[in-house]
Write a protein that binds this ligand. Structure first.
Ligand code: PLP
Ligand code: COI
Length: 344
């Protein structure tokens, strides 16, 4: 556990209030290598570059997965990470799908602890609204030229201080349904966090942004009848009856934020519905939220489809309640009744 002295170390050369969501080189990242059938111990590295074979499988055949989680400087001064064990388990789903080795959950959490501790002065101060974004990256680095999995892997975990993903924090954004592209295939890799899924989303996301819609909303790739998820976050809505509804789909990422919000909604006495959501139902919601580690809860006040525009509450009272409950737990202002926070 970090000492009081370590915890009181906060950088003075960063304007915490103006942080957005962008890359910032910090002191170190941590790197573990998989070679000869086992993981190395993990080493802190200060060089922010990597060298590998020009035939590495991550470069040619997309053996690359990643994760996203956050550490928070809490009200009591401690630094805690939100549910790192869940990210470890999800990374293992990605690893299994691309035929790479899995990572013991406790080992992953210890790597997270070490890299956060080494960069503790970059964790934004309590009250600034910022957090330390933790980005694990898992890549096949061994050479293969026939299509086959690598024998060697690197797990790097980098960190950086971040503020809101969309400018303005909890300011509502407009979303556009993507009609001409999919980010995932029906039985493809949408449920895991492969880099390739994001490559597939770049073009439609750019087109939507240029039309004034910062959030692309993808439909299920098989029929385009049902709501899947946003480009970098899950979809949930508050029905006019006050229930929390979120899509059940075999092509979306299992969001840890969404799973946690479903628990919080239940704790608040709300009904939770995990089910298919038909596009014609978009008019039945009072509030819509995008949820994820980076976007936290971002309210969506308008969704445009090819033939309809749907509008939602601009002051989103239920999303606010959920947001306050979630951030209250993350910043240590509310009891962590589900044991979600991992102290470094
Ligand atoms: N869906 C997609 C496509 C994402 O990129 C993310 C971000 O990680 C999420 C959902 C939200 O997942 P989580 O809440 O685990 O960050
Ligand atoms: C996250 O929320 O952690 C993500 O990975 C979303 C995005 C920045 C890719």
């Amino acid at each position: 556990m970090a000492s009081k002295e370590e915890l009181s170390n906060i950088r003075k050369d960063i304007d915490w209030a103006s942080l957005g969501f962008s890359y910032m080189p910090v002191r170190s990242h941590i790197r573990a290598s998989f070679k000869d059938g086992k993981w190395s111990e993990g080493e802190l590295c200060t060089d922010h570059t990597i060298s590998m074979s020009i035939a590495a499988t991550c470069l040619h055949y997309g053996q690359a997965a990643f994760e996203g989680l956050k550490a928070f400087r809490c009200k009591d001064g401690a630094v805690r990470v939100f549910r790192p064990d869940e990210n470890a388990r999800r990374l293992n789903l990605s690893a299994e799908r691309i035929l790479g080795p899995t990572i013991p959950v406790d080992f992953f959490c210890e790597l997270v602890r070490k890299v956060v501790l080494d960069n503790i002065d970059y964790v934004p101060p309590y009250g600034s609204g910022g957090s330390l974004y933790i980005r694990p990256l898992y890549i096949g680095v061994g050479p293969q030229i026939g299509v086959a999995p690598s024998d060697e892997y690197e797990l790097l975990i980098m960190v950086m201080p971040v503020g809101p993903y969309y400018k303005g924090g909890m300011k509502p954004v407009h979303a556009m349904v993507i009609e001409d592209y999919d980010r995932a295939a029906p039985l493809g890799t949408g449920t895991i966090k492969l880099g390739g899924n994001y490559a597939a989303s770049l073009k439609p996301a750019k087109a939507a942004k240029e039309k004034g819609f910062p959030i692309p909303l993808f439909m299920d790739p098989k029929t385009h009848e049902y709501v899947d998820e946003f480009g970098t976050s899950n979809f949930f809505g508050i029905t006019k009856e006050g229930a929390y509804a979120t899509p059940a789909s075999s092509s979306i990422l299992g969001s840890i934020t969404n799973k946690s919000l479903q628990q919080i909604a239940q704790d608040l006495g709300m009904k939770v519905e995990k089910r298919q959501i038909h596009r014609n139902e978009l008019g039945n919601f009072a509030e819509i939220g995008a949820c994820g580690t980076a976007v936290v809860i971002t309210p969506v006040s308008e969704i445009v489809t090819k033939d309809q525009t749907y509008k939602y509450e601009e002051n989103f009272p239920t999303l606010k309640k959920l947001y306050d409950a979630m951030q209250g737990i993350q910043y240590g202002e509310l009891p962590d009744t589900h044991n979600w926070m991992f102290e470094v």
